[in-house]
Design a protein around this ligand. Sequence first.
Ligand code: C2E
Ligand code: CA
Ligand code: CA
Length: 893
Amino acid sequence: MLAAAGAVTGLWTGATKYRGSTARGYRWLGVAALFLLVGLVIATFLAGQLSSSAASLSLADVAPLLALAALAVGIMVLASGASPGSMAGLADGYVMAIALLVIGWVAAFGAEYHHSGERPETFLLNLLHPLTDLAVLGALLPVLTVAWHRVLLPYLSLLVLTGADSLGVGARISGGHEGILEQLAVIVAACLLGLAPWLDTIAARLARDGDADGAASGARPAAGAVPFNGPFGGRYVPFTSAGAATIIAAIAVVVAAFTVIVNGLASAPASGLALVIAGGAAVFVIAIRILMLVRENGVAIKMWRESGNSLRDLAVRTGDIVLLCDLDGVITYASPAVSGFSYPEAELVGKALADFVHPEDLAAARSAIRAALGVQPGSADASATVTRGAAGRFSCRVRAADGTWRHMECAVLLYHMPGEDARMLVTARDVSDQVALRQQVTHLTFHDGLTGLPNRAYVEERARDALAAADSERTTGVIFLDLDGFTGVNDLVGHGAGDLVLAQAARRLRAAVPAEGTVARWGSDEFAVLTDNAGGPQEVGELAERLAGVIAAEPFRAADRELRLTASVGVALADGSLPDAPSAPGGQSSRTPPENLLLRNADVAMARAKDNGGGRVELYAAHMHADVVRRLDLASDLQRALDNEELTLQYQPVVELATSRVTAAEALVRWWRGEELVAPREFLAVAEESGMVVALGDWVLREACTQGAAWRASAWDVGVSVNLSLRQLNAPQAVARVAETLRDTGLPPAALTIEVNERVLVEGAGLVTGRLAELRDLGVRLAIDDFGTGYASLAHLRQLPVDIIKIDPSFVAGLGADPTVTMLTKTIVQVGRDLGIEVVAEGIEQPRQMTELREMGCGYGQGFLVARPMAAPGVEALIRTSARNPKPGVPAA
Ligand code: C2E
Ligand code: CA
Ligand code: CA
């Protein structure tokens, strides 16, 4: 009674720790304990009054029955969070209950029955309590297996109570007092019950993750929040009630059978009708259970078959290859997709998987498969230790029937169908196209399609590596090489043939550079060479000279022509100067990576070589970068100057040497950039590079023609000379624009002279000659400027539609002093006279030069001695004086 009272208190107070269904469940258990207590009180104190007969039920029987009911309700409420047990579980419960009954019968009731000699139905009444207990035990077995962690103690308590009631049967029949065992059992049952809410907390805490931070210890866990955790720390997964309940029932049956057998051997008085009934019921329930199991098994087999079928369906329909292999790698099934490899499905069966894998990929594939099958590396016998592992993925090349290697992405996993040996399921996807594409992209990223050389990106990367690995022993250098006048080549032979020339140039360069050096195509007609293994700066310089040499040495062949080309070559070395380079005026921040600086320096040196006339090698010097920066500044300022009309023209008179009469004036452009007068050659080079020269030239032409027209309006018979650069001549509509300007300004074409540098004639080749002829057709006069400095031979003059040649100042400077120069000058003057071409001597600075020229019969002259370039009014003043004083002599400057 004390224990029962304790249980009541324990459960009632314990229930307050919980909320919701858990609290309700414990309260129901408390009610059960209360009824237990009441039953005990009635049995002890009121037994006398309530006439108790062995053959009939008394009031004292009601309380335990109510206790049992409350206990059952409590357990169910406690387990209410879990899914209810299945029919199969219920059947198992009854197999267990009947097995227990058999055990009870054999161990106790049977003997009692025989002793009592009562009729069966009367005796059955005495078994009321254990029988109801067993019924409830059986009914709750599924609940136990589903929510054991919540109801284990109450269930055990019920089990113990059942034992107590079984033990009480004898006393009931004999009408005597309970035995000590029975009383002990009741105490144990009460204790288990009373402790349930308290031990439950500990169990729950144990069941939760071992490293949980004790969230449950302080806070009162809400019923719903009691974690459903399993004993292994993971989330609690209810094991299938059927499985666990069946095992429990089976154990009970085995124990029961054992008990019967032992009892039989001891030939104790057992069996009898009740045993037959119990055994019959058990056999009946077991039969049902077996039928159910057979059905479940059938369902499972059907599911397996279906999954096998759907696997095959999938294998047939998917584009991927699906193979089943035994654990030794021999193929047992191949999906139809293998026909993509020109293999018939059937032919593959029986072959070893390894025979199709590229030997280089075999090791990686094997280890991936081993990992997937859960075989430890080094284990000799795969089948001995296979366990299901994670799907292993690997890439490998696989041989197709036509002998080609295909790139595959494979996945392998263990495939185990019931009743079959474990196998490997291999799926493989042909990714050859993707791989090829990737390779192509990589190649394109780093190679130039035309020449087959690596490209800019590649050489940049190599330069980075070279600088990172640089040592003091070896010199790293970059050589930039640009083909001179390549635009002209394209114009002459067309772009297709031009490409051929580039490819030839690439081959020559590659052949001239040691194998370990990198030769790359940098851009259109530019190449970059990186050498990281040179013995010294000298060696890099020699290599650069050699490269310039291989370009110039032999003509290129394209479109049935022989083209002679030269190259402008720039050299930069990775020496101590490299990190200092950015500190140059206007230089980039020191964050510019050194390899970029190195490449840029070579580019700058190359540009310098080009500016200096091409066909030469320049070594990078620090000032070159400053020059580049200045050019960039000039370019942007010049554009503004052009837009704001900040340019002016000066005119330098040309005089007839015999009479000193001003016959023409050469327009020379001037730019005051703030306080600085920028040298025309400097800013014109910038304008030429950027293309601004076209707009600039248009402006000069219009301005000069306007001026010329004004002079003619004043009845002065002077012409104007305008310089045209290559770019201006090549510009579309160049001729049309000249014609338009003449029309607009009203200047007669014959009063305009277009001066073209001798180099322009050579570089511009065919196109320029045509343009010049068109200009001449307008009636404009043509002059070859700086004659004698370039490559135009005297013979050239016969083919060119030229009116004037302007002897370069370098000849005039040498007059009288250098006999060769004097002789050459004479020849030019003579040829000009023979061909009917006017000859203008430029750069006359000394009277002696003037005298010499007059004596040779040179018609016209220009130079500081005659007149400096000046503003238009100055020229006008000079015209007036020369007109008033038309005698030979030196006009006042
Ligand atoms: P250029 O056509 O040979 O022009 C003659 C250059 O020689 C001018 O230099 C002139 O100032 C200079 N000069 C004249 N007499 C003497 C002399 O006795 N001694 C010396 N040492 N020099 C003399 P500038 O004005 O600096 O022009 C340089 C070049 O710029 C010109 O050479 C011409 O090729 C180009 N240029 C000038 N203006 C224009 C233009 O409007 N358009 C184009 N496309 N080029 C121009
Ligand atoms: Ca000129
Ligand atoms: Ca000139």
